[in-house]
Design a protein around this ligand. Sequence first.
Ligand code: NAI
Ligand code: MG
Length: 398
Amino acid sequence: MIVIVLPVVLEAKVKNYSIAVLEGDGIGPEIIREGLKVLKAVEEVSGVTFSTTYYPYGAEHYLATGEVLPDSALRELEQNNAIFFGAAGDPRVPPGILEIELILKIRFLLDQYINLRPIHLFPNVVSPLRNDKGIDFYIIRENTEDFYNGMGHRFDVRNDNSLRQQCALEMKRKRYRAQVSIDSQLDIKEDYAITLGLMTKGGAERVFRYSFDLARRKGKAKVTSVDKANVIPHLYTLWREAFSEVSKEYPDISTEFTFVDAVTMWFVKNPENFGVVVAPNLFGDIISDLGAGISGGLGFAAGANINPGGVSMFEPIHGSAPKYKGLNIANPIATILSGGIMLEELGQERLGRLVREAVTAVLRDNVVRTKDMGGRATTSEMGDAIAAKVYEISRGIE
Ligand code: NAI
Ligand code: MG
């Protein structure tokens, strides 16, 4: 009998990943440089390799060319295994342009329907809460539906003779295109506006599946669903129904419903009670900033826009902090941690954990502290310290 032994372990270990790098604006290039420095250390201790391709999109490119993100670039981005993104935004560019045509375009057209934000309080990082039980949970925000679809209209009735108003709305996603006509009438002559939220059953279900799978992967016992089904039915009762149905596939994980207003109070009172929290787009956006706030602020808040079957984008939650541009004083930890999530999502869980452990170790040592932590270390010194820990920890493991 011939036994063929496939080099499974080796295959998982030695692998090359192509990473599209978008440094973006402001502190973007500085924090991405440190993120890549740590990935370089991971490369050297693991045998996994990364080939990077830089893309120039952001404010500078827009101001020079008038172009934000051409469709051809989007198709190129899609050829990579992952996207590593700094931040976009510049005072010289009117708000909205880069956010919508760059960041949201990538998220929507690459169908990155999971926005993952780990909420973790690291050692020696100060939380505004009096909390001694630790903070360690995950927020998953649905990333393509709900109210973030641009479907809405402002009716300027005062300058119009007719009270009856009509408009046609449209939204486009990878899964579908929606067209909605509104024919409306208010019985007073006054300007008004309507914004539509849209949720599909399948769109909600796939987010719940990811949430329950994440709970299993991370050893979390509970998934909490956030909504406001009591006063915004339709949208959020559909969300609730889908949650109940998907939860039946995961009898080992307990579940809980909360209203969004209540969950903000519980985040402050008992953050230790949460494992995985899953929320629709708008509420998820709001509560994840609260999550960042209770766990030490923007310098530590990592994020990822994930399409589990496609190309995902990893970026810190914070923006381009233009006032710190070029000063080498921003905290690179949120970006470095986002790189760690990238490793996990690429199937290199052990290496992702290594990055997080290296960050934890540097913070536990409490010697290298950036300006936002009340220290004087530079962006590059923090990156150096974390990269050094990657080598140190992996020497300990081997
Ligand atoms: P921001 O997150 O860039 O900065 C707010 C403040 O937080 C900064 O002034 C700074 O004090 C602090 N901060 C942020 N990141 C930090 C870091 N790594 N280390 C130390 N301190 C840090 O938000 P802001 O000022 O509202 O927006 C600036 C620009 O960034 C705008 O153009 C905005 O549109 C854009 N933006 C982009 C995002 C993205 O690329 N995903 C997300 C949020 C804002
Ligand atoms: Mg936000």
